[in-house]
Design a protein around this ligand. Structure first.
Ligand code: NAP
Length: 581
């Protein structure tokens, strides 16, 4: 971005008193604070904080810190705001959290000004919402787009973070905040022969901005997670032929999407204060909790009625919330798993295909999926299913995909193969803390993740991670978790400034006890048993281990609040030495 770099503190000092420097300050390009004005070893950083990423988390972080008077710069690899909703433009892309709860809640004014059109908003509408927020708070003026941060290193002498980007920018900041998203590093399996394929190749997580035309084409979709399950019914309607390559069958329940009446929206906004409090104290960040009863306490008939009702209502957690032990007890889980399998059998006409579509892992130990006509799509005569468990992919040929059984001729291959979740985006960047140690090395490539609250890591002073590893993040309504992290980080930075603290760093023992707590909580659930991306099990060679905190957003919030109340217990802090005249 032209002229971006010259509007630094150095530029202002050089041009102090000139008309230009007044204009810049007035325009708000640089918003100096008491923090940034403090001299550190005689050298000032370019910014108080650098935020990486301009999705939901980066935008709110920018807004919060700017409101607090910090100078903030955001770097974003995409050409505009949106994060997940900027990159995931595949057909059928839609949110799986109800729209009314999938929006920022920090501003009453914002709530009143936005109307969602349907129960589960589609990607273009969510992206429009993010644009609306960026416009309303004039956020783009502190975001540099088309700029990927390649390295970020902490310099102990100056206590600054130095950031380098793919377009040659070198800048410094006191605080580095990663707002990378948990699902932003696309997993693109490197099948043998892939470069020889003569047709088109797409990944759902890196979809073109222009419409992809499937008309008259033979399309193969590899992957049946949330993205594949959403894309498959839509592509099937347009393509000549669709071949689905399935590695693991999925439990999916109907979304029952529908339009929302404006009156309902207005009423919801009116009661939002209470709803917000409920969501913040809940398990998954939604205004609902599981019924306080074991699935094994109900008679079969009663249980079936409950599941049936949940199936007909739709919703990501509705079936799981029928009882309090679906993700805690194998026998209880089996009742829900078997119910969904019976539905697949009922919906899919061909019993052989139905059989292949039936999952055997514990329901909801992978991210649950909600769909619109997913299983029904297998009744179309232009759709076929390849079971990769029995006939794995051997290679991609110039004309299609060859499994151990047959060559499937294709014009288009759609990878719906997910992401190198949570640690992937952090490892894709060369983040170096004290003594030049990389985050990847500290965490032994993911085999030994150690964070404090999923926000900070020892050896990496003044680094904050929004929805980092070992936080509830993807197990919850992301916006609720993002808001909590952003507010906690902003409050912490404010505390540091007010108390003249220059450096904050997680203590090794605090990390160890957080890890212990995360592991203890995980043992109460069935989640560690699944080969899910929560466990890093979807990527070949990725070390297996829990990437998330499973204690729920309410409990997690309480712990974070306690840490703050106790003067940021578990962190070591260094004061700014008095500057002598
Ligand atoms: P995903 O859940 O990880 O699914 C990826 C699919 O690709 C799985 O079926 C996986 O099989 C398969 N796969 C991966 N590598 C493969 C390989 N080498 N060969 C064959 N198959 C392979 O990814 P996703 O569908 O993109 O969803 C990721 C997450 O994003 C979701 O869980 C959700 O949190 C979020 N998301 C949300 C929405 C929404 O809000 N509605 C939509 C899309 C995504 P295995 O199961 O065997 O690993």
């Amino acid at each position: 971005m032209e002229g971006e770099e010259k509007y630094t503190i150095g530029y202002l000092i050089k041009n102090i008193g000139t008309k230009k420097s007044h204009q810049i300050i007035k325009k708000g390009v640089i918003e100096m604070t008491h923090n940034a004005k403090q001299a550190h070893n005689g050298k000032l950083p370019n910014y108080d904080a650098i935020v990486i990423g301009a999705g939901f988390s980066g935008l709110y972080m920018l807004h919060r810190l700017r409101e607090a008077g910090c100078s903030v710069q955001v770097y974003e690899a995409g050409s505009d705001v949106g994060g997940t909703w900027y990159w995931n433009r595949y057909p059928g892309a839609r949110c799986d959290i109800e729209s009314m709860y999938y929006n920022y809640t920090f501003s009453e004014e914002l709530l009143g000004e936005w109307n969602w059109s349907s129960r589960y908003a589609a990607q273009p509408e969510i992206l429009n919402y993010i644009h609306f927020v960026a416009d309303k708070f004039d956020l783009r003026r502190n975001i540099q787009f088309n700029t990927r941060v390649t390295t970020a290193s902490y310099d102990e002498k100056s206590n600054h973070w130095s950031i380098h980007t793919n377009n040659g920018l070198n800048v410094t900041a006191k605080y580095l905040i990663t707002a990378l998203g948990c699902l932003s590093a696309a997993n693109k399996p490197n099948f043998d022969g892939i470069v020889r394929f003569k047709g088109e190749i797409y990944h759902t997580g890196d979809w073109p901005h222009e419409k992809v035309n499937f008309k008259g084409k033979r399309v193969g979709v590899i992957g049946t997670g949330s993205s594949g399950v959403q894309a498959i019914p839509v592509i099937a309607k347009e393509a000549d032929q669709l071949t689905v390559f399935q590695r693991t069958p999925q439990y999916s329940t109907p979304a029952h999407n529908h339009s929302i009446d404006e009156k309902v929206i207005k009423e919801t906004w009116t009661n939002y204060h209470e709803l917000r409090k409920f969501m913040q104290a809940s398990i998954h960040g939604i205004p609902d909790i599981p019924r306080d009863k074991s699935a094994l306490e109900d008679e079969i008939g009663e249980r079936q009625l409950n599941y049936e009702k949940a199936w007909n209502n739709g919703g990501l957690f509705t079936l799981m919330y029928c009882y309090n032990d679906i993700v805690a007890n194998e026998a209880a889980n089996e009742t829900a798993s078997e119910f969904i399998r019976s539905k697949i059998k009922e919906i899919v006409d061909n019993p052989d295909i139905a059989e292949k579509l039936m999952p055997s892992y514990h329901y909801a130990t992978k991210r649950p999926i909600i769909d619109t006509d997913y299983f029904e799509t297998y009744n179309r005569n232009n759709v076929s299913l390849v079971d990769l468990k029995t006939t794995p992919i051997k290679e991609v040929t110039p004309i299609g995909v060859r499994t151990t059984e047959a060559e499937h001729e294709l014009d288009v291959i759609v990878f719906a193969t997910g992401f190198d979740a949570i640690t992937g985006p952090l490892f894709n960047m060369d983040i170096r803390g004290k003594d030049g140690v990389t985050l990847k090395d500290k965490w032994a490539g993911g085999a030994d993740i150690k964070t404090y609250l999923g926000i900070a890591a020892s050896g990496f002073p003044n680094l904050f991670m929004i929805t980092g590893p070992e936080s509830p993040s993807v197990l919850s309504n992301m916006i609720v978790s993002i808001e909590q992290h952003v507010e906690w980080i902003a409050d912490c930075i404010d505390y540091l400034g007010k108390n003249k603290i220059e450096k904050i760093e997680a203590k090794v023992e605090a990390e160890a006890s957080w890890k212990k707590h995360c592991m203890e909580v995980a043992q109460y659930t069935l989640l560690p048993k699944a080969d899910s991306w929560y466990m890093g099990a979807n990527i070949e060679g990725k070390p297996r281990g829990s990437l998330v905190y499973m204690g729920g957003v309410g409990q997690y919030r309480q712990i974070c609040e306690d840490v703050a109340i106790k003067g940021y217990e578990g962190f070591s802090m260094e004061h700014i030495p008095e500057v002598s005249n």
